[in-house]
Every structure is written in structure tokens, then in C-alpha cells.
Design a protein around this ligand. Structure first.
Ligand code: CA
Length: 713
């Protein structure tokens, strides 16, 4: 029994990038009022030429990845390997949110623009952190369950005199950069479906681009270009085809449809491009990374037939009309949640001794890809993590060489990477001086994949087609444990890899005790900055990976640091706020309980760095409960099925949401109203009356109370 439980806990623990049930939206703070008044005035004027010149304009940070190629390399070197240890606090800004922070702040004309949880957008004086304005889109908190991976946001775009932000409920808003007032707002999705937006909009040739998420929930993904002045739609790229009987939107959709089988449109299709979009002004191509299939199982999605374009692909689009110029599918017939939405980067590297403009990506599937940016020709595909679904990629055909267990059946295939991927959205950076790319990678234990024979499509539900809930009872595949894989293994789950894209191997690595760590920033000071799950911000020498600075900020860091210069002073900024998929279900690795997310800015000879403190845990009082083993076992079962992915692993959310063990006694008295009648819907707890009976809720309550009693022993 103990072994069974441990195994089951372990299975859930390896699923940290997943949130499979409804209800992840509670937050203790009340929504802020919309549009606080500007404290001072500022103007923005970001032109196409300014975006093109960005690599050489070291003072500002005008777009998500700093330059068009999103290399996240800054030529600033006032802060360098020799003086980085003298960094102190320039200023901080408390976000007023307690959920995950993933944004890269932008800096233009002395103003910093960033986003917090619940798609809140704010502008502050980049010298002092003084708030200029704050915009709260007033998202309906009870809809937070649509966000698989927390109500996060990765930042804004600036163009002309406007700031553009995607909102978690599917809106794209254009704000006046000086005042934060809404210039226009468009709904980019069918809001009756579980679409979300977490990514930063990008600007390409005078258009604002935004995608969406929702591939686990049966949606059909797409990328849309909007006119920045009017908000009118300019074009849309559909990642996967819809029902052919409705007619194809364009020739690209028709081409894609030939790679599908069965009635895929009835189960969604997926492919949602929720993160990477880059634009190359010379080639006039927009590059988008596309998402996984919905459901995950190729068998259920497409009868096990066809590559299912354009899932899990890097797609180059004509910026004028959004038509496909070339595509490269990293995982044909995706069967694993192997998105290719991970950050894309364009730069020049030497291929056979000659400079070549390439697009690079380390998608979830464990291979590092280098493609010719103009033609899409595959140059290299090398494993940066342990990979057991394929033994390599054939550079001639561009196709992976799958292992036998890659096409799993109803027995368990142990496959790595798992659905969390060997790399997720966490930004990577590239230094032209070292020639190294700094990749935050993940190396969790192998994931158990098996077909769920009882799966049925559920509209707006989690649609995976694999048997997560029944895994513990499944046999392993006979051949599984002996299957050949490829790629490096690491002793630690989180590894910063300094990848040499020319030598096609790591130059140096730094290992962490926790899996999910922050994005990276490379600077001309021979530095690489990275925040980590343990709440520390660190700097390493870019060439050798020596640790030269580390400070405890008190709260886990996921976002990438950025840097800018004002009045001759170089600043380093990072957003620290724990959350995301693992933050919802696991404790804060920094150890703090529900700490507030904070935007930090550092400068040489700044002030003392005092870590964020968590909130005090409420005092516990004795509450009687039913300790019948059958009731407790049922409660535990129901908790893991319906509550765990928001309220935490093992009943103990030290993550983004309330820890149920510490609830006020009166809360347990109204637990039926809360769970089955939606009493806390306004605070983000959805009504689960259709999923849980009165007895189920009672059993969960008793199990949670047994854990509470355990805390007092
Ligand atoms: Ca996914």
C-alpha cells in the first residue's frame, strides 16, 4: 500500500507541468480598480526602424526578446564579471499579485512596461519604480480554470504610442502608453471555449501578432495579425484544419488537412501557438512555434494516421498575408504533448565555416534544432536532454527516428522527456561574443504514457486520451525498459546549458536541485543572469559558467532578467513571483508561503537586498473529523482527481493558492456550498457540483482535516 501510494504520488509529481482539473484561480487579494491616474507624463514612439535598430541601441529594451531575433543579448557592460558582486537594489515594485510572474519588462523613453498575474499591465518610472499607471482588465476570476498553467502573462509589445497586451480571457488590448487608457480592445477567441492568452504580443511590419493556448481542452489553435491603429484583423494562420465540410479557410489549411484522418475537428486538434513568435524584417517572414495535438493521443486524434500538420512545428509565414512559406515539424504525429511553442531565435552562426542566418529552437521533445531561416532546411538536430522516444533525427528527411515505445499502447511506455518537456517557455539567450546559447533545461524522470481505453471526448474538459488516472494499475510494456534512446543524462532535474550551436554540444552546464528555473539574459559584461526556483538570482561568467553573484530574493523566479541604461547607469531587472503549472500544485521552492510577486531592479552600489517574506501561516485549532479509513481513502482519491492540481500536491499548497489545511474552521462548515454550489465563484473557486457528490466532498473534507491534525501532532 505504501509503495502504491509513493508510486502514485511520484506519478503525479512528474506531472508538474500539467494542471488537469478545473479551479485554479483563487487569489487572496481583491481585484484592483481599473486605470489608476498617471503620476507623470511620458511619451512613446516606437517605429519599425527602431525595432530593426534594436541590437545596437543598448539603452532600451523595446520588444520581448530585445532584438528582432530575440537573442536577449545586451551590449551593455558597465556591470561585468568583475563588479557584478557590487549589485544592490535600485528600486522594487510590488505587483499586488501572489501568482506566477513570467513577464520580461520592456523599457522605452525612461518608462518600464510590464505585466503581472491576471494580465494586469503597469508602467513605472524606470529610474525609480514610481508607478505611472496600472491597468487591470478585470478578468472574471471564476474563469481562471481555463488556464492550464496559471493566470500568467509574459509581457507587452510597444509600437507607435501604444502598449499591446494579451489578456488571459482572450482579449487583445491596445493601451495609451502615456496614460494606460484603453485605445481599443478586441476579443481574439470564441470565449465560450477554453482559450487563453499568456504570451506577449509581437510587432511585425506594422501588425500586432497574438496566438492562444488551450490545446489540452479541445480547442483549435491559430495566430492572428491585427492593425495596431484600429484593432481590425489583417490575417489569421490556422495551425490545424477544421471540419472540411465547412470549407477550408485557405490553401494552407487544405494542405494540412491531407495529413489528418478521422473526425479530428470534433476533438479539437490543438496546435495552439501560445508563446514564440518572431519576425525577420530582411526576410519579411514571421516565425511561429506551434503547440501539441488535442487530444495528446495520436490514435484518438487522427486514428493513428498522418503527420497532423502543423502541430509541433516551426512555421515561417509571409508577413503580408500569413500564408505558409515553409514549415518544419519537430514531432510528426505528436503523441506526447511535445509543443514546439518554445522560444525561437534568429541569429547568424557558422555552418561549415560560413555565416548563415538560422532559426534555432529547443522544443519540449529534447532535440536542439538549427534551420536555415530563409529556406527551412534542417541543418542540425541534436539531443540536449535524454531522449527515449527517438534515437535521433535523420538530417536528410528531417524526420525523427522513433523508438518502438514511441507509439505507446494500453501498457505503459516510459518516455523522456515527458509532457513538461526538456525545455518550456523560459527564454534562452545567445552571446555573439562567446558563441554560446544559454538554455534553461529540465530533466525530470521518465513519464508514463499509455492509451486510455475508456477515453471519450469531453467538450471544454481535459482531453488527453492517455490514462493518467489509471496508470498505477497498468503493466509496463515488455520492451520498454530496454528501449534505446539518445542524449545526455544529468544528475539534477534543472540544468542551465551553455550550448555551442556550432560544435553542437554543451560547453558548460550548471545544475539545480529544482526542475523549473528562470529564463536567461546574456550581456557584454561576460555575464549570464538567471533566476531559479529556489528564489535566487545568479550571474555566471558567460564563457566559463563560473558563479560570480547570487542573491536570495525570497520567492521562486521563472521570468527572464533584462537590462537597460539610463543617465549612464546600467540596471538589471527581473520579475520574481512563483506560480505557473508547478507553482499551482507544488510548494514554493523558496520555502515562503504565498509571497507577493515583486519586480526587482538592481544597479551597482545599490541598496541592501532584503528577500520577500511569505505570509505567516494561520494558527491551527482542533477540528473533529471522521477517521474511517475507507472515507479517508476515498477523500484522498477525490482530492487527487479533482482538487490537487490547483490546491497542491499532498494537500499542501504552498504554491499559488490557499493551503486547504490552514483554512478557517468556518470554511469547513460551508464546504458543500463552496464546492457544489459555487459560493466562492467570485474568488475563483468554480462550482464542481457536476463532478463531486455530497459524499465525495465530505470525504475530501475529512481527508484534509486528517492532514491538518497531522500538522498539529
Ligand atoms: Ca500542452
Amino acid at each position: 500500500m505504501i509503495a502504491h501510494c509513493i508510486r502514485r504520488y511520484f506519478t503525479f509529481f512528474t506531472m508538474t507541468a500539467l494542471a488537469l482539473v478545473a479551479g485554479c484561480s483563487q487569489e487572496s487579494n481583491e481585484p484592483q480598480e481599473t486605470a489608476t491616474a498617471p503620476a507623470f507624463s511620458a511619451t512613446a514612439n516606437v517605429t519599425d526602424q527602431a525595432l530593426i535598430n534594436a541590437p545596437n541601441e543598448a539603452e532600451e529594451w523595446l520588444s520581448y526578446g530585445r532584438d528582432a531575433g530575440e537573442t536577449r543579448y545586451s551590449p551593455l557592460n558597465q556591470v561585468n564579471q568583475f563588479n557584478v558582486s557590487e549589485l544592490g537594489v535600485a528600486w522594487t515594485y510590488d505587483t499586488g499579485t501572489f501568482r506566477g510572474l513570467e513577464a520580461t519588462p520592456l523599457v522605452h523613453n525612461g518608462i518600464m512596461y510590464a505585466t503581472a498575474s491576471w494580465s494586469i499591465v503597469f508602467a513605472v518610472d524606470a529610474r525609480t519604480g514610481e508607478e505611472l499607471w496600472r491597468y487591470d482588465p478585470q478578468v472574471d476570476r471564476s474563469m481562471g480554470w481555463k488556464a492550464c498553467c496559471d493566470v500568467v502573462n509574459r509581457g507587452v509589445a510597444i509600437y507607435g504610442d501604444k502598449v499591446f497586451a494579451g489578456i488571459i480571457d482572450g482579449r487583445l488590448v491596445a493601451l495609451n502608453a502615456a496614460t494606460g487608457e484603453v485605445e481599443w480592445s478586441v476579443v481574439t477567441v470564441d470565449q465560450s471555449k477554453p482559450y487563453t492568452i499568456t504570451g506577449a504580443p509581437r510587432v511585425a511590419d506594422g501588425k500586432v501578432l497574438i496566438g492562444n493556448g488551450g490545446a489540452e481542452l479541445g480547442t483549435r489553435g491559430y495566430l492572428t495579425a491585427y492593425d495596431p491603429d484600429s484593432g481590425d484583423e489583417v490575417w489569421r494562420f490556422w495551425v490545424v484544419p477544421g471540419n472540411p465540410a465547412d470549407g477550408f479557410e485557405n490553401g494552407d489549411v487544405e494542405t494540412a488537412a491531407a495529413t489528418w484522418a478521422g473526425d479530428w475537428w470534433e476533438v479539437g486538434g490543438g496546435g495552439n501557438p501560445w508563446d514564440s513568435i518572431i519576425y525577420d524584417p530582411e526576410l519579411r517572414l514571421v516565425f511561429v512555434g506551434t503547440g501539441n495535438g488535442s487530444p495528446w493521443s495520436h490514435e484518438y486524434r487522427s486514428n493513428g494516421i498522418g503527420d497532423n500538420l502543423y502541430l509541433s512545428s516551426i512555421v515561417a509565414l509571409n508577413v503580408d498575408d500569413g500564408s505558409v512559406v515553409w514549415h518544419y515539424q519537430t514531432t510528426p504525429a505528436d503523441n506526447y504533448d511535445y509543443t514546439a511553442v518554445q522560444p525561437l531565435m534568429i541569429t547568424e552562426i557558422l555552418i561549415n565555416g560560413l555565416p548563415r542566418k538560422v532559426v534555432m529552437q529547443a522544443p519540449k521533445n529534447g532535440f536542439f534544432y538549427v534551420l536555415d531561416a530563409e529556406t527551412g532546411d534542417l541543418m542540425y538536430a541534436d539531443p540536449y536532454a535524454r531522449v527515449t522516444w527517438a534515437t535521433g533525427v535523420d538530417l536528410e528527411s528531417g524526420r525523427p527516428i522513433e523508438t518502438p515505445q514511441a507509439r505507446y499502447d494500453n501498457s505503459i511506455s516510459l518516455i523522456t522527456p515527458g509532457p513538461s518537456g526538456a525545455h518550456n517557455w523560459h527564454p534562452m539567450s545567445f552571446s555573439p561574443e562567446t558563441g554560446l546559447l544559454y538554455l534553461p533545461s529540465m530533466h525530470d524522470a521518465a513519464f508514463r504514457y499509455a492509451i486510455d481505453e475508456n477515453w471519450e471526448y469531453e467538450p471544454s474538459g481535459w482531453n488527453l486520451g492517455i490514462g493518467l488516472g489509471t496508470m498505477a494499475d497498468r503493466p509496463f510494456r515488455e520492451d520498454d525498459r530496454y528501449a534505446e534512446g539518445t542524449g545526455p543524462t544529468y544528475d539534477s532535474p534543472g540544468v542551465l546549458i551553455a550550448w555551442d550551436p556550432v560544435a553542437r554540444e554543451p560547453r558548460w552546464t550548471r545544475e539545480y536541485d529544482f526542475t523549473i528555473n528562470g529564463g536567461t539574459l546574456a550581456t557584454a559584461g561576460n555575464l549570464v543572469f538567471q533566476g531559479a526556483a529556489d528564489g535566487y538570482l545568479r550571474a555566471f561568467t558567460a564563457d566559463l559558467g563560473e558563479l560570480v553573484w547570487e542573491v536570495d530574493l525570497g520567492v521562486g523566479i521563472m521570468a527572464a532578467p533584462m537590462t537597460y541604461e539610463l543617465d549612464g547607469t546600467q540596471y538589471i531587472s527581473v520579475m520574481a513571483g512563483w506560480g505557473g503549472s508547478s507553482g499551482l500544485i507544488g510548494p514554493n521552492s523558496s520555502g515562503a508561503y504565498k509571497p507577493e510577486g515583486r519586480l526587482w531592479t538592481f544597479q551597482l552600489n545599490g541598496n541592501e537586498i532584503v528577500p520577500v517574506e511569505g505570509q505567516p501561516l494561520p494558527a491551527l485549532t482542533v477540528i473533529e473529523y471522521n477517521d474511517d479509513p475507507g472515507v479517508l481513502a476515498h477523500g484522498e482519491d477525490m482530492y487527487f482527481t479533482h482538487c490537487m492540481l490547483c490546491h497542491g500536491f499532498g494537500g499542501a499548497s504552498g504554491g499559488a493558492l490557499a493551503d486547504l489545511r490552514y483554512a478557517a474552521p468556518a470554511t469547513y462548515d460551508i464546504i458543500q456550498n463552496i464546492v457544489r454550489e459555487g459560493a466562492y465563484a467570485g474568488r475563483g473557486m468554480p462550482n464542481l457540483g457536476h463532478l463531486l457528490s455530497e459524499d465525495d466532498v465530505d470525504a475530501v473534507k475529512n481527508w484534509v482535516l486528517s492532514l491538518r491534525a497531522g500538522l498539529m501532532e
